[in-house]
Structure formats: structure tokens, C-alpha cells
Design a protein around this ligand. Structure first.
Ligand code: FAQ
Length: 347
């Protein structure tokens, strides 16, 4: 079910009607199309921004809808593993921080759905793709949060990995996505810092608390490395994404930057990263690290991780439970419109 890419139809296709035939362009139309393509290519080469009303190749638009909507779904589904702990946070302070963080993730989802809507897709289409299992969301949110230390580790490592991947997206060639990412990255930085601080407090506590942190790090480390996506050689979308200035740094390069940035932080915290191959490589000026379990990654992406079904069912239920809010908002909007119309008619 998760294996399919998110495809947006080019145009509505009649259920039982004949297949759409692409119109044959006149010479003039073809020349106009070629000019638009050249202008787009020049803008991309000059590192400029493409805006919603600009002409863009259909494949560029589809790629952005795919990535931005998957990103939005990840933020929304990403509320669930930590949301589970709001009612069990160990103090009022931790509860307030966690509520703020989870709300931020919801906000990120909404900015991103809005950015994707500027590409001519609707929120309903995107949500339908998520709820029916046709759209992907980040593999990382299909793992359970077993203890309070998991909440700190999600902030430190998952948000840390998310920032590493998302900072380059602030320079993405599509204006609305790039601008949304600026604010998102600022908020993710707070998330990462609060996670690290929460773990620091636990590491200064008793042996049981320290063991809890180490156990959470052991369970999340490899999943966070996989979060950056398949190795560059298997990354089907990278070459084109880089050419279009959507993606700026490759999956493997970002993963390496994350490892190099995290090793010293782990030392400060006093935890061990669970990789016996992890060591500084003097020649490369980077850390070597061990083998990621890609079979597990793909099983999770394909819907068979430990929590995929639970996460999706929770999302679908939340959406259905919220139907009355959408109905009420529409009824209110209709009423306002009628009132305005009556006032205009009376004037
Ligand atoms: N999970 O060819 P590539 C967060 C798929 S937000 C699932 O390398 P691409 C905030 C990929 O879609 C986290 N699927 O693809 C937070 C493609 O399949 P498709 C999300 C994955 O697009 C923190 C196929 O594999 N961030 O954490 C994953 O060039 C804490 C081949 O891969 C974003 O979405 C994966 N991990 O590069 C919230 C950032 N990796 O679509 C709450 C924006 C790859 O062709 C708590 N996205 N796949 O069927 C991106 O930067 C890129 O889309 C990548 C993948 C880097 C994720």
C-alpha cells in the first residue's frame, strides 16, 4: 500500500470515457512552450525562485507536490509518538514544553499543506492519499515511544536529523516551500535544544534514569540515520531533484553531516552511540560508521513497521472525529456569505 508514489492526475479522467488524448500543439504554441521552458531553465541555473504563477514543467510540479505533501504528512503523523506522552509528562514544565512542541509540528504540517496547495492540488486530495495509504510519510514515526526518555531522544536526534535535512530546503528553488522552511527550521531548533536539555537533566539523575536514556538512544540511533533516505546510489529522485534546486545536499552527505555533528553532543551527554564501527577517520576528516539495515527501512516505508497501522488508524479517526468542525466552519462561512449578499442587495 505504501509502495506507490503519490501521483497527481494531470487532468480529470472520465470514469468510463475515452482516454485523454494530448492535444497536438500548433507551431506557435510549441514555440511559446519552448520559450517558457528556456526561461524556467535560466531561472533555475541562476539560482532564482520559481513562484506559483510562473510556468513550470509538469514533472517539477509533481515532484514538489510529492515531496511537500509527504513532508506535511510527516509533520502531522509525527505529532503522534510524542503526543502519547502529553498526559504522562513528569512535570508541569515538561508538559507545557511538550504541548508547545507537538502544536508546532501541527503548524508545520499546515504551512506545508498550504505550500503544496499553491501547486494546484487540494488539501482533500493530499489527505485522501495519506488516509488511504497511497502517500508516504517519514519512516521514523512508525516506531513506538516506550519511555519518557524517548521524548527527549526524539527532540535531540529526530528533530536534529530533521533540521540537518531541512536547512538546505530553505534554499529550495520553489519560493513558497523555501519560505515555509525558514520558520519551520527556527522552531525545529527549539525542539532539538529542548530534547537535549531534557536528556541532560536525566543523565544528571540516578542510574535508572541514565539507563533509560541509553536504552532510548540505542533504539532510535539507526532509525534516525535511515531517516535521511536510501544511499545516493539507490535514491531515485535525487539527480533530478538536485538539478531543479529542490534538493541541495544528497542523502548520504546529510547523513554524514548528522553523524559528525552528533558524536560530540553524545560525548557531552555521556551516552554511547550504538555502533562499534563508529570512529574518526583522519584521512576523510569525517566519522566512519556501520551498516544501516535497509531491509528494515524499506519494510517500514512499505507499511510493515511496528506502528504503521496504528499511526494511520489514529490519523484517520482524528480526521473523522473532526468532521463536525469542518461542517460548522463551512456552515458559518455560508451564513456570512448570505448575510453579505443580503446587505449588498439592500444597499
Ligand atoms: N521515510 O529518491 P529518494 C520531521 C522514499 S519531518 C519514508 O532519496 P527524495 C519533523 C522517498 O519518498 C521528516 N520514505 O527521495 C518532526 C522516495 O519514494 P517516492 C520528514 C522515504 O525525495 C520531528 C524513495 O524513498 N522530512 O521529522 C524516506 O529525493 C519530530 C526514494 O528516496 C521531510 O519530508 C523516509 N525516511 O529524498 C516532526 C523533508 N526517505 O516518493 C515530529 C523533505 C526516502 O519516490 C517530531 N523531504 N523515502 O515514492 C526530503 O528532503 C526528501 O523527500 C527525502 C527523500 C530526503 C526525505
Amino acid at each position: 500500500m505504501y509502495t506507490q508514489s503519490f501521483n497527481v492526475p494531470d487532468a480529470p479522467v472520465a470514469a468510463a470515457g475515452p482516454r485523454e488524448i494530448k492535444p497536438v500543439l500548433t507551431q506557435e504554441q510549441q514555440q511559446a512552450m519552448d520559450r517558457a521552458q528556456s526561461q524556467f531553465d535560466r531561472l533555475i541555473d541562476a539560482d532564482g525562485k520559481i513562484e506559483p504563477k510562473d510556468w513550470m514543467p509538469e514533472a517539477y510540479r509533481k515532484t514538489l507536490v510529492r515531496q511537500i505533501s509527504q513532508h506535511a504528512h510527516s509533520e502531522i503523523v509525527g505529532m503522534l509518538p510524542e503526543g502519547n506522552w502529553i498526559s504522562r509528562a513528569p512535570s508541569l514544565k515538561r508538559k507545557a514544553i511538550l504541548i508547545a512542541k507537538v502544536q508546532d509540528e501541527g503548524g508545520h504540517g499546515l504551512y506545508l499543506y498550504s505550500a503544496a496547495e499553491t501547486l494546484g492540488t487540494s488539501r482533500d486530495q493530499m489527505l485522501d492519499a495519506l488516509h488511504t495509504g497511497r502517500a508516504k510519510y517519514s519512516s521514523i514515526f512508525n516506531y513506538p515511544t516506550l519511555t519518557w526518555a524517548d521524548v527527549g531522544v526524539i527532540g535531540w536526534l529526530v528533530d536534529g536529523a530533521a533540521i540537518m535535512n531541512q536547512i538546505p530546503l530553505c534554499r529550495c528553488s520553489y519560493g513558497p516551500y523555501a519560505r515555509a522552511m525558514v520558520r519551520i527550521c527556527k522552531e525545529e531548533s527549539f525542539h532539538q535544544r529542548q530534547g537535549f536539555e531534557s536528556l541532560m537533566v536525566m543523565m544528571q539523575g540516578n542510574a535508572e534514569q541514565q539507563a533509560m536514556v541509553q536504552d532510548a538512544v540505542n533504539r532510535w540511533w539507526w532509525k534516525c540515520l535511515a531517516m535521511f533516505g536510501p544511499p545516493d546510489a539507490d535514491s531515485t529522485n535525487s539527480t533530478q531533484g538536485m538539478r531543479w534546486g529542490i534538493k541541495r545536499i544528497s542523502n548520504d552527505d546529510l547523513r554524514q553531516k548528522f553523524v559528525d555533528a552528533t558524536v560530540p553532543q553524545a560525548k557531552v551527554l555521556g551516552v554511547t552511540l550504538p555502533d562499534s564501527d563508529l570512529k574518526w577517520n583522519e584521512t576523510r576528516g569525517q566519522h566512519d560508521y556501520g551498516q544501516i539495515d535497509w531491509d528494515e527501512f524499506w519494510a517500514t516505508v512499505n507499511g510493515n513497521g511496528p506502528c504503521n497501522k496504528e499511526r494511520l488508524a489514529t490519523r484517520v479517526k482524528a480526521h473523522e472525529d473532526g468532521q463536525w468542525v469542518r461542517d460548522a466552519a463551512l456552515a458559518y462561512a455560508r451564513k456570512q456569505q448570505q448575510r453579505l449578499q443580503q446587505q449588498q442587495e439592500a444597499a
